[in-house]
Write a protein that binds this ligand. Structure first.
Ligand code: NAD
Ligand code: IPM
Ligand code: MN
Length: 359
């Protein structure tokens, strides 16, 4: 069959270290399961590209990437070179918005061999999805600075929640909950303090819940929900949230599973009208970049999500099994420091790739 065309964009910092391990594992899976993957590397969407060209991406980035089925992405940001809001709004946030990747799917799972910072948790105890709205909400470009440079200076940035935007992410989350054994959906808002947008989201949840009578719906304010992620992570199955709340919950959830280094993410345009993007939850980690010690599992698991998205469920599952097997084996010389080892990005990536290749 026709090869899947994958645009590979490593970006900055550890993005450039974990992406090759992700590609290594994808190539092993492609070989074993007879999947044709055609990778093309791009150097744009990085701060070095910006320093050379004065912008994060070439003018024709949209048409270029439209030629691809998926984008396999590392991380962007190097605040010493380019202010974060410039590098991110010039690349990753453009992808999410212009390619209408309105679903940000972020699995949170305690994996074997990793110690949760929460006492007495074992694999199975923490296993849920954060479904994050990915194109609007608090990440809006509506607003600005008034009376700049004067005593009366002020800034505003408005939250935007459209009916289409809220309903489509709720629908996706409800359908995901319906497909899971526990069939439970938790909505995160802050309707006591944020008095227009957040009650609107609640109102849409209430209306949507009627269409999914087999799914149990509950709802928390974001403050206590954060506390409950730590105190009772087993309560959650599918957690749906606005752009900012989903961002925060998708670092907190993985932290409860021991490290954000393993957390994957899929920015999906479910209609397939535009390419979807697969990237780890974590960023470019300037504090550890260049040392070859970053955990590649977040990137590798994102590759598994990509294969699933492309219809290769078995291959995606095989990658996850390989990740679990290597972690459970607990060989310190293979594992990275964040999961208790003294190995490297390469030792861990290669160990997973070998298992995927060997079956
Ligand atoms: P970060 O996720 O890069 O790092 C946070 C902490 O987690 C650091 O101590 C880092 O060393 C550690 N860490 C992250 N990934 C790891 C891995 N794979 N293995 C081991 N340890 C890991 O977050 P930050 O420090 O807030 O941001 C750094 C830069 O990355 C900023 O420019 C930020 O804007 C950007 N960022 C980009 C993305 C993205 O591209 N999706 C996501 C988050 C942050
Ligand atoms: C993420 C990141 C991004 C976000 C930043 C880098 C803009 O934190 O993918 O979680 O907030 O979405
Ligand atoms: Mn984030």
């Amino acid at each position: 069959s026709k090869p899947h065309r994958i645009a590979v964009i490593p970006g900055d910092g550890i993005g450039t270290e974990v992406v090759p391990e992700g590609v290594r594992v994808l190539e092993a899976a492609a070989k074993r399961f007879n999947i044709a993957l055609d990778f093309t590397d791009f150097d744009f969407a990085s701060c070095d590209y910006y320093l050379e060209h004065g912008q994060m991406m070439p003018d024709d980035w949209f048409d270029t990437l439209m030629q691809f089925d998926c984008i396999f992405f590392g991380a962007v940001g190097w605040p010493e070179k380019v202010p974060d809001h410039v590098s991110l709004w010039g690349s990753l946030i453009k992808f999410r918005r212009d390619f209408d990747q309105y679903i940000n799917l972020r699995p949170v799972r305690l994996l074997p061999g990793i110690k949760s910072p929460l006492a007495d948790r074992k694999p199975g105890d923490i296993d849920f999805y954060v479904v994050r709205e990915n194109t609007e909400g608090e990440y809006s470009s509506l607003g600005g600075r008034m009376y700049g440079g004067t005593e009366r200076e002020f800034v505003t940035q408005q939250t935007v929640m459209s009916r289409i935007g809220v309903d489509r992410v709720l629908k996706y989350a409800y359908e995901l909950a319906q497909s899971r054994p526990r069939k439970k959906l938790t909505s995160a808002t802050k309707s006591n303090g944020i008095s227009i947008t957040m009650p609107y989201w609640d109102e849409r949840v209430k209306e949507m819940a009627v269409k999914y009578p087999d799914v149990a719906t509950d709802q928390f304010h974001i403050d206590i929900l954060s506390a409950n992620f730590v105190l009772h992570p087993g309560w959650f199955d599918v957690v749906v949230a606005s752009n900012l709340f989903g961002d925060i919950l998708s670092d907190l959830g993985p932290a409860c599973t021991g490290t954000i280094g393993v957390a994957p993410s899929a920015s999906i345009n479910p209609e397939g009208k535009f390419p979807s993007l697969f990237e780890p939850v974590h960023g470019s980690a300037p504090d550890i970049a260049g040392r070859g010690i970053a955990n590649p599992i977040g990137q590798i698991w994102s590759g598994a999500l990509m294969l699933e998205h492309l219809g290769h469920k078995e291959a995606g599952a095989a990658i996850l099994t390989a990740i679990e097997t290597v972690l459970a084996a607990g060989d310190k010389s293979v594992l990275t420091g964040d999961v208790g080892g003294n190995g490297t990005t390469g030792t861990l990536g290669r160990a997973i790739a070998e298992l995927v290749a060997g079956g």
